[in-house]
Design a protein around this ligand. Structure first.
Ligand SMILES: *Cc1c(COP(=O)(O)O)cnc(C)c1O
Length: 404
């Protein structure tokens, strides 16, 4: 069946819907789901060439699959990178990054506000293999500079961070990394390519948890790394084949279809989040709101420059309390008074999700570590979804209005 070749120079919104492998001989309009672990070879010679890597073609599901390829091509087109590679989860992608770039004796500089499991992977698991990581302030560039060593191979950041939405300057970190011959990887989970494209700001590699906004509807686990072919194809490809943090074709298909609506979902969720954050600032029971879209945010201007003028869709706030115990009681009261939003530890869903970071995602830290990280007992994180904004406000007002 003749296939139309996509014209050059399509816009990102178009690529989000159109990029990927061409349809099969049946001409399906919605991308096919190739739910197969193996691929039949026409003859032994072909099989030999494909396994030797001298001929393109699918062989075995741990190495690659056409549905996964379509997801990778579409995500790369949206991030503006040469290539992308799928992983079973976001953490699987970061594990692949570490295995591909680091060896014993190497040094990493990492923001101390990154995702908890990322901190553990660098600080605990890879420390066992002789890779040392220095954790520095998300926003203080002088700490990043001071932490650099001759053995520094990788700088790792996430922006904005969870749950306090601190924003780092990607361009400045890229310059610092490159001056030292190191690479910068940015976890773009909170903004997605719809808002922020770190490689346009100089980052070398972009990490995704597809579990969050890329799927966007809370259905599957997925991850990916985007970057130049010399790293994606030559370095990370062999690691997936050997270590097996492979993205399943079913999950790839779900996220592939999720990418088609990513742009409009992000716009709508960002608009909801901004309205919600502004409203929270007017609530007497709220002490402080953390949201990059607010003029009161310490890195507001940088965020607007880096994030296509959008604050994202995660809003955190402190409820008032005279001491940690009363602050926690007040936060629990607000959370437990909701009747609609979900109490869950995910984010990036169409459903609004509410959490208490101090007793969930950051529950294993000591109170001192939490204080240092700025995560108080009165802190609540809301990942704003697609419900009507008035319903979201009304649900939060139940508890905010009845605090004594
Ligand atoms: C959730 C998350 C991850 C990990 O992704 P999983 O798909 O859960 O493994 C990594 N980074 C950030 C910023 C996240 O929010």
């Amino acid at each position: 069946m003749p296939v139309k070749k996509l014209p050059e120079g399509l816009h990102r919104d178009t690529l989000a819907v159109r990029a990927g492998l061409p349809p099969s001989q049946y001409g399906e309009n919605s991308e096919a789901l190739f739910l197969t672990s193996g691929f039949v070879q026409t003859d032994a010679e072909t099989a030999a060439r494909r396994f030797a890597g001298t001929e393109d073609g699918y062989t075995y599901g741990r190495t690659s699959n056409p549905t996964v390829t379509s997801f990778e091509q579409r995500l790369a087109a949206m991030e503006g990178t040469e290539a992308a590679i799928g992983a079973s989860t976001g953490m699987g992608a970061i594990l692949m990054l570490c295995m591909g770039l680091l060896k014993a004796g190497d040094h990493v500089v990492c923001s101390r506000s990154v995702f908890g499991s990322t901190m553990n992977l660098f600080g605990r698991e890879f420390a066992k293999f002789g890779v040392e990581t220095t954790f520095v302030s998300q926003t203080d560039l002088s700490q990043w500079r001071a932490a650099m060593r001759p053995t520094t191979k990788l700088l790792f950041a996430e922006t904005p961070t969870n749950p306090l939405t601190e924003v780092c300057d990607v361009r400045a970190l890229a310059d610092l990394a490159h001056a030292a011959g190191a690479l910068l990887a940015v976890d773009n989970c909170f903004c997605t390519p719809a808002l922020q494209r770190p490689t346009e700001l100089g980052a070398d590699l972009v990490i995704h948890s597809g579990t969050k906004y890329l799927d966007g509807q809370g259905r599957v686990m997925a991850g990916a790394i985007c970057g130049p072919s010399r790293l994606i194809v030559d370095v990370f490809g062999p690691i997936v084949r050997t270590a097996g943090m492979t993205l399943s074709p079913f999950s790839a298909w779900v996220v592939l279809k999720g990418l088609e609506t990513l742009g409009i979902r992000m716009q709508a969720q960002c608009a909801n989040a901004l309205a919600f954050a502004r409203w929270l600032e007017t609530q007497p029971a709220v002490a402080r709101v953390y949201f990059p879209g607010l003029a009161s945010h310490p890195q507001h201007e940088l965020a607007m420059r880096q994030q296509s003028g959008q604050g994202g869709a995660v809003v955190s706030f402190d409820v008032r309390g005279s001491d940690p115990r009363s602050a926690r009681a007040h936060a629990f009261h607000v959370i437990d008074s909701t009747q609609m939003v979900s109490i869950a530890t995910n984010l990036g869903d169409t459903k609004t999700i509410i959490t208490h970071p101090a007793t969930t995602s950051h529950g294993r830290l000591t109170e001192e570590q939490r204080q240092a990280a700025g995560i108080g007992q009165g802190l609540i994180r809301v990942a704003v979804g697609l419900e009507h904004i008035e319903d979201i406000k009304a649900d939060l007002l139940r508890g905010l209005d009845t605090l004594t």
